[in-house]
Design a protein around this ligand. Structure first.
Ligand code: GRG
Length: 301
């Protein structure tokens, strides 16, 4: 086993534990009335996600010497928004999926109405957390406004929701490369980019550092999406925690469908290398971001 594999395993495990315990504090099991909505929110939140977006946010802040206490609330808010998008994506009105994160999807357990509301609440409460005067007390107001704007822009109609709309409208239709890039940069890329930029803002990064981390974020988002498309073809459902082959069954526009598997692998590697190049000027504190870039290509889940 190569040493970067050990480093990344340890790093991801430690940061995941930090995120999980902070999420538990922000959304406790014995939360306020009505318990049904908190149960549904926590069901999907703690179903075993990789926590990639919060970890990228933390790693970005750490690369610039930021403090964990400043970044954890925003890292958790990013995971809450991501989880909302998964719950809604799985609904019968969208992808109609039965399994996610290795367990039955939210609507299969709680019904469609509560699943819609659990997603709505995760999205809305993410912004409550981002602006919570206690959780975010060490960050000055101007930076809070910047991260709220950054994350709302990434999650909204010009970002993740826009990508999802074009994805759904494109199902079963012939599509072109520009549409594919738009879907993926919206659906997947924008929240990944916002995670890195949020970490950089909270660490008080300068223009050049922000640009370096944004460049990394854009390329790593693309590498992540291409590898997700490849895993949907040849991944192991028991490791992925979701079914494979669903993209082809729904005639979704994907990188392998448009440019083939081999070309997709090459493009994922080139994107990973471009991501590394983007942060070449950062010092050793950015090493976890370098490990994550390799992990994204090599992951099985
Ligand atoms: C419903 C507004 C709305 C958007 C949905 C995220 C998303 C947009 C759809 C999920 C379907 C999908 C395959 C999207 C591509 C992004 C992606 C790979 C999501 C899964 O993210 P992971 O692998 O999941 O980080 P975990 O469970 O580890 O958090």
């Amino acid at each position: 086993m190569s040493s970067h594999t050990d480093d990344i395993r340890q790093y991801l495990k430690a940061r995941k534990e930090l995120v999980d315990s902070a999420l538990n504090r922000y959304l406790p099991a014995d939360g306020p009335y009505p318990p049904e909505i908190y149960t549904a929110m926590r069901y999907s939140l703690f179903a075993g996600g990789k926590r990639l977006r919060p970890i990228l946010c933390i790693a970005s802040a750490e690369a610039l010497g930021g403090l964990m206490e400043d970044v954890l609330p925003a890292a958790c808010a990013l995971e809450m928004i991501h989880t909302y998008s998964l719950i809604h994506d799985d609904l019968p009105a969208m992808d109609n999926d039965d399994i996610r994160r290795g367990v039955p999807t939210n609507h299969k357990i709680f019904g469609e109405a509560v699943a819609v509301l659990a997603g709505d609440a995760l999205l809305t409460d993410a912004f409550r957390l981002l602006t919570d005067p206690v959780a975010i007390r060490s960050v000055e107001a101007a930076r809070v406004v910047r991260i709220v704007h950054e994350i709302a822009t990434a999650a909204g109609a010009g970002g993740m929701v826009g990508g999802q709309v074009v994805d759904i409208l494109s199902e079963g239709r012939p599509s072109d490369y520009d549409t594919l890039l738009y879907i993926h940069s919206g659906k997947t890329g924008r929240m990944i980019l916002a995670s890195l930029r949020t970490g950089a803002i909270l660490a008080d990064g300068g223009e050049e550092e922000m640009e370096a981390l944004s460049e990394y974020g854009r390329h790593i988002g693309l590498a992540f999406q291409i590898s997700d498309d490849i895993l949907n073809i040849e991944g192991d459902p028991s490791l992925l925690g979701k079914v494979t082959g669903s993209d082809a069954a729904r005639r979704k526009v994907t990188f392998p469908a448009l440019i083939g598997l081999e070309e997709s692998r090459t493009m994922a590697r080139q994107s990973m290398e471009a991501a590394l190049e983007g942060i070449a000027g950062l010092d050793g504190r950015a090493d976890p971001l370098r490990w994550i870039a390799h992990y994204i290509l090599e992951r099985k889940s």
